[in-house]
Design a binder for this molecule. Structure first.
Ligand code: ADP
Ligand code: MG
Length: 261
């Protein structure tokens, strides 16, 4: 459904050029659960932003991103608006902290439904309640303000928001960062369940390789904007080829042990 071909992204800010993505080629099949794994600064979020046309204006982008056969990089603004939310949707990095403090949870979702699905009033209200239920939040949550939710509940609400317009492809950028280990596992379980119940394709972005290995059917390891290695979780965990893949595995296990011990 998505075919990324030789994508490069170079940021241009204040006279400085940063090559964030350097020749990535990657195909995402319908119904797949792909993990993009790499250390901070390896270009993961940049890649996600490119898929949604969300890069700053003066950014140099080359290559192709074919979504159902059409190049996203050559879409008009109005085509892009139709794509975002309804076809490809993003749970952005730090989504837990991006809710507006003075707005109830239901209002956040209703606003997306108003603007992007043309649903209003009772229709939007019912749909918001259904979406919150789909991510395992009980009905009372919708009347709460963001600060009245736990980190895990906020992450669930952020996922409900991204699902508001029934996208075919969900991008989840570090959705478990800053959550404790049990809650991390619950969020991954939720994503796995939604993949099946909503017939979603998912791209999970994380710096935690063992975590991604628990749910993804394919992992892509990024290093300095390039693809270092890709394969099934079994291949990458049991027989990593690239030194950076080995580093990522060692690093995460070490951190786990440090926390547990
Ligand atoms: P990751 O999500 O893997 O941590 P990012 O895609 O956020 O990596 O960043 C990749 C590189 O691009 C980093 O060197 C980062 O500093 C740089 N970068 C990210 N966003 C911008 C921006 N808006 N302007 C300039 N450089 C950026
Ligand atoms: Mg990032």
């Amino acid at each position: 459904m998505l075919d990324i071909r030789d994508l490069t992204v170079r940021y241009n800010s204040m006279g400085r050029v940063t090559a964030a993505v350097n020749g990535i080629s990657l195909s995402i099949e319908k119904g797949s659960f792909t993990g993009i794994v790499g250390e901070s600064g390896s270009g993961k979020s940049t890649l996600m932003a490119a898929l949604l046309g969300l890069l700053p204006q003066r950014t140099e982008i080359t290559g192709e991103i074919l979504y159902k056969g059409t190049d996203i990089l050559r879409m008009s603004d109005s085509e892009m608006r139709d794509l975002r939310w309804k076809e490809i949707s993003l749970v952005p990095q730090g989504a837990q902290n991006s809710f507006t403090p003075v707005m109830k949870i239901k209002r956040h979702i209703e606003e997306v439904l108003n603007v992007h699905s043309g649903k209003f009033g009772e229709d939007a209200e019912k749909e918001a309640a259904r979406l919150l239920e789909d991510v395992g939040l009980d009905a009372g949550i919708k009347e709460r303000y963001p600060h009245e939710l736990s980190g895990g509940q906020k992450q669930r609400a952020a996922i409900a928001l991204a699902l508001a317009c029934s996208p075919a492809l969900l991008l989840a950028d570090e959705p478990t960062t800053a959550l404790d280990v049990i809650i991390q596992a619950e969020i991954l379980e939720l994503l796995s369940g939604l993949r099946k119940s909503k017939d979603l394709s998912i791209i999970l972005v994380t710096h935690d390789l063992p975590l991604a290995a628990m749910v993804c059917d394919r992992l892509v390891v990024m290093k300095d904007g390039r693809m270092a290695e890709s394969g099934t979780p079994h291949q990458l965990v049991n027989d990593p080829q690239h030194p950076h893949t080995k580093d990522l595995i060692r690093e995460m296990f070490w951190q786990r042990n440090k926390k547990d011990g």
